[in-house]
Design a protein around this ligand. Structure first.
Ligand SMILES: Cc1cc2nc3c(=O)[nH]c(=O)nc-3n(C[C@H](O)[C@H](O)[C@H](O)COP(=O)(O)OP(=O)(O)OC[C@H]3O[C@@H](n4cnc5c(N)ncnc54)[C@H](O)[C@@H]3O)c2cc1C
Length: 313
């Protein structure tokens, strides 16, 4: 079985690995310069900062088994057991930044980065599904797994002769504006290393030094969906000024040496499809991602597994 996977985020990489284990011939396309999608880590000077996903929990047996493997390989460790006291659920982080998990999964896969898929077509005179890359090349495969956020998936398939479920594509996504800062000293963040919903602007503040991701003081500030939407069209300089001012109480005596702004347009799906993936009637196209099994790393993992098994079964 030849399978093309669109998107080398966690969903696509987990699906790819599972399909290869099942004997399929797999190629993964991603428009980004490297795999990971929202598992994103950036270096600023000597500091390392996660700027997409910040941490994860493991509640399902399938994902807990994956986390055990990552722990054994030294890829992840427990950051804390809660941000405001202990609740008994470990919060995990990737020791070398979230993106290292994607890089590790991509090693044994044929991942073609900087490759934007332009269209997916299911044409009656072609035995298979055609995936068209933006340079015009076409790949015909037996099946396709589409893992990009649903508005992007819809755009790829709208003219492709594929019967789509309209309700699926009405899923909207929250936005996140993020500010990354490298500091000249430790931030004034509580011992757990992270703060959830501290005020009317931020949804999460993560101390990358406390996570063990950065050897230099560096903090990630994520604005909440309401603030991010309201200020989305502000000039970048205005966004930086406003977020920097709001960040001051969490910086203590430290000063910002360098900063970087990151805007996630399709950060978090607002509604979750009741099944872990969705398949066309002929079984050749599977949609998967965090809009299916939950808007988190765990959901992306479990959706990727489900998509692979839908095809293998
Ligand atoms: C700001 C932020 C904070 C978050 N915090 C947390 C957290 O603390 N804990 C947690 O568990 N989760 C968190 N998440 C959610 C988590 O990151 C996602 O649920 C998960 O990474 C989604 O993985 P995915 O593979 O489904 O999608 P993605 O990672 O988005 O992967 C989709 C991929 O498709 C590619 N793509 C899109 N269109 C095309 C195309 N036409 N051709 C080729 N490639 C294409 C993209 O480049 C991308 O790499 C956060 C997300 C954001 C944005």
């Amino acid at each position: 079985m030849r399978v093309a996977i669109i998107g080398a985020g966690l969903t696509g990489l987990i699906a790819g690995r599972e399909l290869v284990r099942g004997g399929a011939d797999v190629v993964v396309f991603d428009k980004g310069r490297s795999p990971g999608g929202r598992l994103a880590t950036r270096r600023i000077g000597g500091a390392t900062l996660d700027h997409g996903a910040q941490f994860f929990t493991a509640r399902s047996p399938a994902f807990a088994a994956q986390v055990d493997d990552w722990k054994e390989c030294g890829l992840v460790h427990v950051w804390n057991q809660g941000f405001n006291g202990t609740d008994g659920h470990p919060r995990y982080v990737a020791t070398n930044g979230m993106n290292s998990l994607a890089k590790d999964l991509a090693v044994d896969l044929d991942v073609q980065c900087s490759t934007m898929v332009f269209a997916i077509r299911d044409e009656p005179d072609v035995n298979g599904i055609t995936v068209v890359i933006d340079d015009g090349t076409a790949h015909t495969v037996d099946a396709v797994i589409v893992t990009c956020p649903l508005p992007q998936a819809f755009a790829l398939m709208i003219d492709g002769g594929i019967e789509l479920d309209e309700t699926l594509f009405r899923t909207d996504y929250d936005r996140t504006v993020g500010l990354l800062v490298r500091l000249d000293g430790p931030a004034a963040i509580p011992a757990s290393g992270g703060i959830q919903d501290p005020d009317e602007i931020f949804s999460f503040i993560g101390d990358n030094a406390s996570k063990g991701v950065s050897t230099e003081p560096a903090v990630t500030f994520h604005a909440n969906p309401t603030w991010s939407e309201a200020h989305w069209d502000d000039e970048n300089d205005t966004l930086v000024d406003q977020l920097t001012a709001a960040a001051q109480p969490w910086l203590g005596d430290a000063s910002i040496l360098e900063h970087s702004l990151k805007k996630w347009r399709l950060a978090t799906p607002r509604s979750i499809w009741p099944d872990p993936c969705w398949t066309t009637a002929n079984g050749r196209i599977v949609l998967a991602g965090d809009a299916f099994a939950g808007p988190k790393i765990e959901g992306a993992h479990n959706s990727g597994l489900a998509a692979a098994h839908t095809l293998l079964d």
